[in-house]
Write a protein that binds this ligand. Structure first.
Ligand code: E4P
Length: 229
């Protein structure tokens, strides 16, 4: 499963890239709103300079022509830009037309397998079911991942299922087990995946024991040297 970072925070993206675990990035207007001082274009270009993986840039227009204008603009910023288009009647048409122009799209705000199926047929490269937001309203978001992965594989559709709206590390494990092609995670969840109390405790204990053993060896060496003098 590919791991994307769900953020517009440049420092977080740099850290994940240094760890060697970053396959791409997803942004949206809410994530961009948390950054300050730069335009969305500037942030996107900077992200594309850090990763050569897909970087999703989301349109805000709700009409087809507006989505196409924004999408074509984003696509010119860098070769790895993927245009994020919301699931809607207009969104499907925009996805279809952008695909005809060779521009890759990520269909966002998917909450059912049927929506994902339509987005795949329209030509979206990435299908983004929002797992966490479904869990928030007492539905099992992973059901959509399971169904959509099954549909994509059974019918050999040319799209990848991207588990989005990830809230905790267990979501990442479940998405991987269900065969999601990609999961996009907040940096905080990525950090949580790295750590385990027993791992952190084990590192501390090994360091302390090594220090004790080194000190014992040092004092033995000093005692032996004193005996010889
Ligand atoms: C990613 O593509 C989505 O925009 C994002 O995962 C949504 O996450 P949220 O439900 O935490 O806002």
């Amino acid at each position: 499963m590919k791991i994307f970072l769900d953020t517009a925070d440049i420092e977080e993206i740099r850290i994940a890239a240094r760890w060697g675990v970053l396959d791409g990035v997803t942004t949206n207007p809410s994530l961009f709103a948390k950054t300050s001082g730069k335009t969305y274009d500037e942030v996107l270009v900077e992200i594309c300079g850090i990763t050569s993986g897909p970087v999703s840039a989301e349109v805000v227009a709700e009409d087809v022509e507006g989505m196409l204008t924004e999408g074509r603009h984003f696509a010119k910023l860098a070769p790895n830009i993927v245009v994020k288009v919301p699931m809607s009647e207009e969104g499907l048409e925009a996805i279809y037309r952008l695909a005809e122009e060779g521009i890759k799209t990520n269909c966002t705000l998917i909450f059912t397998a049927n929506q994902g199926l339509l987005a795949a047929k329209a030509g979206a490269s990435l299908l983004s079911p929002f797992v966490g937001r479904l869990d928030d309203i007492n539905q099992d978001g992973m059901d959509v991942i399971r169904e959509l992965v099954g549909i994509v594989e059974m019918h050999d559709l040319d799209s990848e299922v991207l588990a989005a709206s990830i809230r905790h590390p267990r979501h990442m494990t479940e998405a991987a087990l269900l065969g999601a092609h990609v999961a996009t995670t907040p940096f905080k969840v990525l950090q949580m995946m790295v750590h385990h109390p027993l791992t952190d405790k084990g590192i501390k204990t090994f360091r302390e024991d090594w220090e004790k053993a080194r000190q014992a060896a040092d004092s033995n060496a000093k005692a032996a040297a004193n005996r010889h003098n």
